[in-house]
Design a protein around this ligand. Structure first.
Ligand code: ZN
Ligand code: ZN
Length: 213
C-alpha cells in the first residue's frame, strides 16, 4: 500500500503548546502519534523545540521556577515517547497504551456497530479508540471543549472534510459533526476529548454516564 499524503495537520498553536509541555497527557499522546506519522509537523515541531531550548538556556538558574522544571521534565518525557520505533499496524507511541495490534483491542460496544476502548482517562482529557464500521456514521455530537480525532485505519468524512490514515481533525465548542466511515474498510480513530462530549441524541446522552463518553 502506498502511503497517502497527510492533508489535515496540527495547527501551530497546538504544536507550540505541545513543545512547551503544557498539554494534558491525552492530547500529547494524539499529537505525538500524528507527529510520528507526519514529516511536516515533525519539522515544524523541531523548529519550536529549538526556540524553546534557546529560551531555557538564556534563563539564569535563579529564574528557573518550579513549574519551568516540571515543564522541562515533561519535555524530556515527551521526547522519549516521540522516537519512532518499528511497530506492526500501530504507531509505536501508542504501543504502551493499546498493545501491539489494532486487531487485538478489547472493544466495548456502543450500539449500531460503534465500539470504543478508553486508553487514557485523565482529569482534564480522555483518549479513546473509536471503531466505526465501513459505511456507518458515528452519533452526531457537539463538544464542550477541544476534540482531536486522528485516523489510524480506514477513513471518515464529516461536515468539515475527508480524513484518512494520519490525518487529524481538530474541533471545538463551535462544531457539531457526524463522522461517517468510508465504504470498504472499517475506520479506527484515536479520539481525545477535553471534557465529556455531549451527544445531541437523547439516546446517547442517556448512555453517556454509563459508557463514560
Ligand atoms: Zn502533520
Ligand atoms: Zn467530535
Amino acid at each position: 500500500m502506498t502511503p497517502q499524503p497527510i492533508i489535515h495537520h496540527i495547527d501551530d498553536a497546538l504544536l507550540m503548546a505541545y513543545s512547551a509541555g503544557t498539554l494534558p497527557e491525552a492530547f500529547s499522546l494524539a499529537i505525538a502519534t500524528h507527529i510520528s506519522m507526519c514529516d511536516e509537523c515533525r519539522a515544524t515541531l523541531e523548529s519550536f523545540d529549538a526556540v524553546g531550548g534557546q529560551v531555557m538556556e538564556d534563563q539564569s538558574p535563579v529564574t528557573m521556577h518550579d513549574d519551568a522544571f516540571a515543564k522541562t521534565m515533561a519535555m524530556v518525557g515527551k521526547q522519549s515517547i516521540q522516537r519512532p520505533k518499528p511497530a506492526n499496524d500501530i504507531p509505536s507511541v501508542l504501543v504502551g497504551y493499546i498493545g501491539g495490534s489494532l486487531d487485538d483491542v478489547e472493544w466495548r460496544a456502543l450500539g449500531g456497530g460503534i465500539k470504543q476502548k478508553i486508553i487514557l482517562a485523565g482529569r482534564d482529557a480522555t483518549a479513546r479508540l473509536l471503531y466505526i464500521p465501513a459505511g456507518q456514521s458515528a452519533p452526531d455530537h457537539g463538544h464542550s471543549g477541544m476534540e482531536l480525532t486522528l485516523v489510524l485505519r480506514g477513513a471518515f468524512k464529516d461536515e468539515s472534510g475527508h480524513y484518512r490514515a494520519g490525518d487529524i481533525e481538530i474541533t471545538d465548542d463551535s462544531v457539531e459533526h457526524t463522522p461517517v466511515a468510508d465504504e470498504g474498510e472499517d475506520c479506527i480513530c484515536l479520539a481525545v476529548t477535553e471534557a465529556p462530549i455531549r451527544f445531541t441524541s437523547i439516546f446517547y446522552r442517556a448512555l453517556q454516564p454509563f459508557f463514560k463518553i
